[in-house]
Design a protein around this ligand. Structure first.
Ligand code: B12
Length: 265
């Protein structure tokens, strides 16, 4: 069984389903949860590239590689199929992002990292530059690692956040610049200015880049991410398969034009 989990990712752990069952996120995917779920097998997928691969970067690092929504679920589903062969009487259902599981919390319970004041999971090996995904199963599995706690709360992320979105270890998602870059329609002059100043047309990495626990974050070995890296997005970039595609062409183009305005002025 461990071989199957290691093939999915080198970073995984077990969280009892009971720990998350009262804090599930309301979403359509919730109906796919197995009836008698006992364990959430959580996985972290690193996506950080070597520094030289970020030349010209004008989107957040997670958006510089192919959209993980097309990669992580495939790896998880392959794992589910193999686990089902091994345990035919049990159910295995995978989720990532569009998931009823509060992923950061489940990973902390499984002991694969700590929750940062920036609300993200920080792992020892890859820092917070990881995507999360999970397999929810009826199989009862004993957690191997103790549950992890919080980061050191050094305050750097909250000080560096240009919108003041992080207060006392709690993030205000409406204020988060990543959220602002994803908003549809006309932005306020203040929001436009924030995007221009950040130089980032999609997402935001400021709270991650300043985190001391990310200082020695390891780079990804996942071929699909390495091969697909494209740090600079332009108005001509094919958006299909990119992290910003789901929001439609208008939003990323609007943001890119804001950055162009800045370069021209
Ligand atoms: C909505 C969302 C966003 C929103 C809001 C983010 C936020 N922090 O609230 C926006 C658009 C702003 C966003 C931005 C980003 N996101 Co986002 N996002 C999500 C998503 C889809 C849902 C999060 C959510 O709403 N959770 C529900 C809330 C209520 O959860 P919560 O605050 O953690 O609290 C719950 C638990 O902690 C738990 N809990 C807490 N304490 C306790 C105690 C006990 C005893 C118990 C039982 C439970 C419990 O209960 C709470 C209620 O359910 C998750 C995927 C997922 N399914 O989790 C990705 C996710 C968190 N995002 C991710 C990423 C990569 C990002 C960005 C880095 C992208 C970027 N570069 O721009 C930024 C980072 C911004 C930031 N600092 O958070 C990754 C994070 C990976 C990591 N290392 O942690 C995730 C996990 C997606 C993934 N599958 O990889 N995101």
């Amino acid at each position: 069984m461990y071989n199957i989990l290691n093939e999915i990712s080198d970073l995984w752990g077990f969280c009892p389903f009971d720990k998350v069952k009262d804090n599930l996120i309301e979403c359509r995917a919730k109906s796919r949860l197995p009836q008698d779920a006992k364990t959430v097998i959580v996985f972290a997928f690193p996506y950080l590239l070597p520094e030289e691969k970020y030349e010209g970067l004008n989107v957040s690092k997670y958006a510089a590689v192919e959209d993980y929504h097309g990669i992580v679920p495939v790896k998880l589903q392959q794992g589910c199929d193999k686990l089902k062969e091994l345990y035919p009487g049990e159910e295995f259902v995978c989720f990532s992002d569009n998931s009823p599981i509060p992923e950061v919390y489940a990973c902390c319970e499984a002991g694969i990292g700590v929750k940062g004041a920036n609300s993200l999971l920080i792992t020892e090996k890859y820092g917070s530059f990881v995507f999360l995904g999970e397999i929810v199963t009826t199989l009862a599995l004993e957690s191997e690692r103790p549950a992890a706690g919080m980061c050191t709360n050094c305050g750097r992320c909250s000080k560096a956040c240009p919108t003041g979105a992080i207060e006392n270890g709690i993030i205000n998602r409406e204020k988060c610049l990543s959220h602002i870059t994803q908003k549809k329609g006309e932005l306020t002059p203040e929001e436009k200015e924030l995007i221009r100043k950040s130089g980032c047309a999609w997402g935001c990495d400021i709270c991650q880049n300043v985190c001391p626990l990310n200082k020695n974050a390891g780079t990804t070995g996942i071929e699909e991410f390495i091969a697909s890296s494209q740090p600079e997005v332009t108005l001509d970039t094919e958006i299909e398969g990119r992290a910003f595609a789901w929001r439609g062409e208008k939003v990323i183009k609007r943001n890119l034009e804001l950055l162009e305005d800045d370069n021209g002025s």
